[in-house]
Design a protein around this ligand. Structure first.
Ligand code: GLY
Length: 398
């Protein structure tokens, strides 16, 4: 492709082909919008590392009740979303309505978990306190020292790798154009976003541009600083073990705990994979799998489920969550006409995939965010009113 080649115009260009960009493109195409996705490796991104917990209740944090409402709204959509996506793509996504058990290993954990359970119930959530013996009756592989736990039957799992592959196929079948190239910069037409120029020189003109580049969203060139999303990379390392047939069922649901202050979770898939996650590291763009990360995950997981040291270790990986200042996503129109954001999902990208697709399609077709997503407008981080800094790149109409 030569420099200055132009394609389009599209109604929508999505920058970023991870699960958030793909679900946005799929839903936009279903609404009749001519849609393209630009990404050197669509179907990749942080989802390839994620464990895929749909943990609206067990990952509830104090002060995040607005995010809880969004997470619950997306969790409720998962069964129908999965059925529709599997039908559209002809692919299994690994969704499993298995529930979660959050356990305590010592008296301090136990006190903390009981407090969390009380908070969950005050928020109207279902979480049942179990004794250590009751926990082990549910999950016999748990360590004898487990002191008790919260049974949360509504927190399920999906397989993010299969989800990404299904979304990619669904996009292709819905007529989304996939441009397998990096974006060099967003194009502006006066004070509007107007598409993007790719690293190979192609210019893709679009009426609306969606920035959905995960942790890289703030690095995309061509945008005024005032609309760049305040997202940062938050590293997570995960491990994948294989459960041989003879050991199954090893665990029947997701099991998690906080071990000496470090959260650890074990997510058993139906296909015999056991995902252990995840570290949380603020180390910029580093995606090295470290001996320390692997050691800590195995050490903490071993305290929970001692028998896992018998299992083959199949894979180690590290990825970057797109962290935002309030741990919540940035969804919908920005102060730059024609530019939308779908980024900053931090720990909840997989969980929020169905809802993100729906609210972004609504914003792209009507210009407005649905009520439930309004607290997550990117404008909550906008600089105080004043003259906008000069645009770094001005492009003529494509
Ligand atoms: N939601 C799990 C994680 O981000 O580690």
């Amino acid at each position: 492709m030569h420099a200055s080649t132009r394609t389009g115009p599209y109604d929508v260009l999505v920058i970023g082909g991870g699960i958030i960009g793909l679900v946005t493109a799929w839903r936009a195409a279903q609404r009749g919008l001519r849609t393209a996705v630009a990404d050197p490796s669509p179907g990749g991104g942080a989802a390839l590392v994620a464990a895929g917990m749909l943990a609206a209740v067990t990952e509830l944090h104090y002060g995040e009740q607005a995010l809880l409402a969004l997470n619950l709204a997306s969790a409720r959509r998962y069964p129908d979303f999965t059925a529709e996506l599997e039908e559209a793509s002809g692919r299994d996504t690994g969704y499993r309505a298995c529930g979660t058990l959050a356990v305590a290993l010592d008296a301090d954990d136990r006190a903390h978990l009981r407090e969390l359970g009380a908070f969950q119930r005050r928020c109207g959530l279902e979480a049942e306190w179990l004794t250590g013996r009751e926990c082990r009756r549910l999950e016999p592989m748990l360590a004898p020292g487990v002191q008790g736990g919260l049974r949360v039957d509504g927190d399920h799992q999906t397989d993010p790798r299969r989800l990404a592959a299904a979304l990619l196929t669904a996009c292709e079948r819905a007529g989304v154009t996939l441009r397998r190239a990096a974006v060099a910069r967003v194009l502006l037409d006066g004070d509007r976003a107007a598409g993007a120029e790719l690293a190979d020189g192609e210019r893709i003109a679009a009426g609306q541009t969606v920035l959905a580049a995960g942790s890289h969203s703030a690095r995309v060139a061509g945008l005024p600083d005032a609309v760049l999303p305040p997202v940062r990379p938050v590293k997570g390392q995960t491990l994948r073990l294989r459960i041989p047939e003879a050991y199954r069922p090893f665990l029947s649901r997701t099991v998690r705990a906080v071990v000496r202050g470090n959260p650890v979770y074990l997510v058993p898939r139906e296909n015999g994979e056991l995902v252990i996650g995840a570290t949380t590291e603020e180390l910029g763009w580093d995606t090295t799998v470290t001996a320390g990360g692997v050691y800590e995950l195995l050490r903490d997981a071993h305290e929970l489920v001692p028998g896992l040291t018998e299992l083959p270790l199949a894979e180690t990986s590290a990825g970057l969550r797109p962290g935002s200042p309030d741990n919540a996503p940035l969804l919908g129109p920005t102060d730059l006409p024609g530019l939308h954001l779908a980024t900053g999902h931090h720990r909840n990208g997989v969980l929020l995939t169905p809802l993100t697709g729906d609210v972004m399609a609504e914003a792209l077709t009507t210009g407005r965010l649905p009520e439930e997503a309004r607290p997550f407008t990117p404008r909550r981080f906008a600089a105080p009113a004043g003259p906008r800094p000069a645009s770094p790149v001005q492009e003529p109409s494509a």
